[in-house]
Design a protein around this ligand. Structure first.
Ligand code: CIR
Length: 257
């Protein structure tokens, strides 16, 4: 993990329209003001860890735009601008591409491919990508070609019962992930160390390594956080109930590079 002072976090504030974000059935109503306060706290943790924060303006026409991770994936020297699986989210990518174009070569996932950044993480020289309701085989093939040119391999992981790969497989360092039982083809994660989410907290755990040795974790999954702490990690709990109410987690609110 590079020192955090070298890292930038691209974030996008919570829009007033956030209570119209895409949600699965049965989720509680979203409280926008509380979501904003929780997002501010998230931003504070990133800044405190030494990350320089860059803000892409929010967009009222795109209630889900706070989930900036889904719009771009950094693969080596290239920022891959996604083609989100949800049609209502496709317009979110333009300002993110502009923000990244000053630092990275830009590649774009084209039709008929779809790819959400929430389905992608990179460990060592391997790109792990979830085939999900949002990311299709064509999008994965396009990503594989870009990864190959950047000297990286790609492993496809089937995802079920959750929105994205990173709804259920959360990297906590360069070789370890926390997994929700029964949501992914674990054989594909064979090269990684696996910890498991407590079943009593199913789908509540999310995590983001802060890059300074600490791991930001969701306060809604204290027992899983304790497991992670018991494995030697310093965990920092944060309440993001309103982000989770919109099916988001801790990775989804930033693009780190
Ligand atoms: C959506 O359904 O697209 C949003 N409401 C949630 C996206 C969360 N993204 C992520 O975890 N990477």
């Amino acid at each position: 993990m590079p020192p955090m002072t070298d890292r930038t976090a691209l974030i996008r504030p919570v829009p007033e329209s956030f209570d119209r974000a895409l949600v699965r059935e049965g989720q509680p109503r979203i409280e926008v003001e509380l979501a904003r306060a929780q997002h501010d706290e998230y931003r504070r943790h990133l800044a405190e860890a030494g990350c320089s924060i860059e803000v892409v303006p929010t967009d009222e026409a795109h209630p889900d735009c706070v989930f900036i991770e889904d719009t771009a994936v950094i693969v080596g020297e290239v920022a891959v601008i996604t083609r989100p699986g949800a049609i209502s989210r496709r317009g979110e990518t333009f300002p993110v591409a502009t923000a990244l174009s000053t630092r990275f070569a830009i590649a774009r996932i084209g039709e008929p491919g779809t790819l959400d950044g929430g389905d992608v993480f990179i460990m060592g020289d391997v790109v792990y990508v979830g085939r999900s309701a949002r990311t299709n085989s064509d999008g994965i093939d396009q990503l594989r070609a870009i990864a190959f040119h950047q000297g990286l391999g790609l492993v496809t992981v089937e995802v079920q019962d959750v929105l994205h790969l990173k709804s259920a497989v959360l990297p906590i360092d360069e070789e370890t992930v926390v997994v929700t039982h029964g949501t992914v083809d674990e054989e594909k994660l064979g090269a990684l160390e696996i910890l498991y989410e407590d079943e009593a907290e199913r789908h509540l755990f999310s995590a983001l390594p802060l890059g300074d040795g600490r791991v930001l974790v969701t306060a809604s999954a204290p027992s899983t956080a304790e497991r992670v702490a018991g494995s030697g990690y310093e965990v920092v709990p944060i309440d993001v109930s309103q982000i989770q109410a919109a099916d988001g987690g801790l990775t989804c609110m930033s693009i780190l590079f």
